[in-house]
Design a protein around this ligand. Structure first.
Ligand code: F6P
Length: 319
């Protein structure tokens, strides 16, 4: 191969820029040319691309978001659309594509690889919920952002003897809620992986209150329940005073943590090395602390769920 394309797709994540920089500079180091594709798969349809050299990716390692922009391109689910994108990649003389994104983005990469375009995917999503890896770039930063906010909310919850309900991102997975809940000493976390039982949550909170715990933190993943429903339920079924904070997009922004910037660089190296070695159509991942490349077909059977022990422990330690 002589030329690769790189794009970011789906929800942005802190560390995506570090990955763009890593892919670009390491590929150039290996003698390859690099073309950046703007707005994910959409850029392959609207023909928005830019050549990337070493200097183009300067001053971005510490920036949140993605300099290449990103999009969720639903059209890309259709084979005709995928073929158009493939034609354009051929026109640009791109021999292989690096996709930085989450599960949906990986499915797009897989579709292109089925049509004959070699691809590798670098996991980039705050949700940490991808096949073939125990870690996705952006997760650590996001958890730290949530932690910082919960610590502030805790101060005011304590002062007013309130139950602070904090809704965090995670439509399909509870990683952010669980890890931020563990780190912030939450009394309870609600995750999509477990059935939500608001009645027992209320009993738990009321019991803690009887034991002179005057304030509590409850972290709710958006995929488990709406924070507002949790607050209403607590208000209607206990004598406690709940309040709600929906953290929203603050969780996706900001400079990457040291860990995210480092992992982004390591994933980038593995992605380019895989392409150069002819090991295509795989997802880069961190498994047992090693950076590995797993074929998409095998990755489908490599799912890493939330840590059930940690889930138990949060509730034991939070009282
Ligand atoms: O990127 C993942 C994620 O942050 C989810 O946790 C969240 O539900 C979703 O993206 C929100 O995406 P959108 O940008 O479409 O609102």
């Amino acid at each position: 191969i002589t030329k690769i394309g790189v794009l970011t797709s789906g929800g942005d994540a802190p560390g995506m820029n570090a990955a763009i920089r890593g892919v670009t500079r390491y590929a150039i180091q290996k003698g390859l040319a690099v073309e950046g594709i703007v707005r994910g798969y959409e850029g392959l349809l609207s023909h928005e691309t830019m050549p990337l050299n070493r200097r183009d990716v300067g001053e971005i390692i510490h920036r949140g978001g993605t300099m290449l922009r990103t999009a969720r391109c639903l059209e890309f689910l259709e084979t005709d659309t995928q073929k158009k994108a493939l034609d354009y990649l051929h026109k640009l003389e791109i021999d292989a594509l690096v996709v930085i994104g989450g599960d949906g983005s990986m499915r797009g990469a897989q579709a292109l690889s089925r049509l004959g375009m070699p691809t590798v995917t670098i996991p980039g999503t705050i949700d940490n919920d991808m096949m073939g890896t125990q870690y996705t770039v952006g997760f650590d930063t996001s958890v730290n952002t949530v932690l910082e906010s919960v610590n502030k909310i805790r101060d005011t919850a304590f002062s007013h003897d309130r139950v602070a309900v904090i809704e965090v991102m995670g439509r399909h997975a509870g990683f952010i809620a669980l890890h931020a809940g563990m780190a912030s000493g939450a009394e309870a976390v609600l995750v999509p992986e477990h059935p939500v039982d608001l009645q027992s949550l209320c009993e738990h909170l009321a019991e803690s209150h009887r034991m002179k715990k005057m304030s509590s933190i409850v972290v709710v993943a958006e995929g488990a329940a709406k924070g507002s429903d949790v607050v209403d339920y607590i208000r209607n079924h206990t004598y406690l005073e709940p309040n709600l904070t929906v953290l929203g997009y603050v969780q996706r922004g900001g400079s990457p943590s040291a860990y995210d910037a480092i992992i982004a660089g390591m994933f980038s190296q593995k992605a380019v090395d895989s392409l150069v070695a002819g090991t295509y159509n795989c997802v880069i991942g961190l498994i047992n602390n090693l950076v590995v490349a797993t074929p998409y077909t095998e990755a489908e059977n490599l799912r890493f769920p939330i840590d059930e022990n940690m889930y138990q422990l949060v509730h034991w330690l939070g009282r």
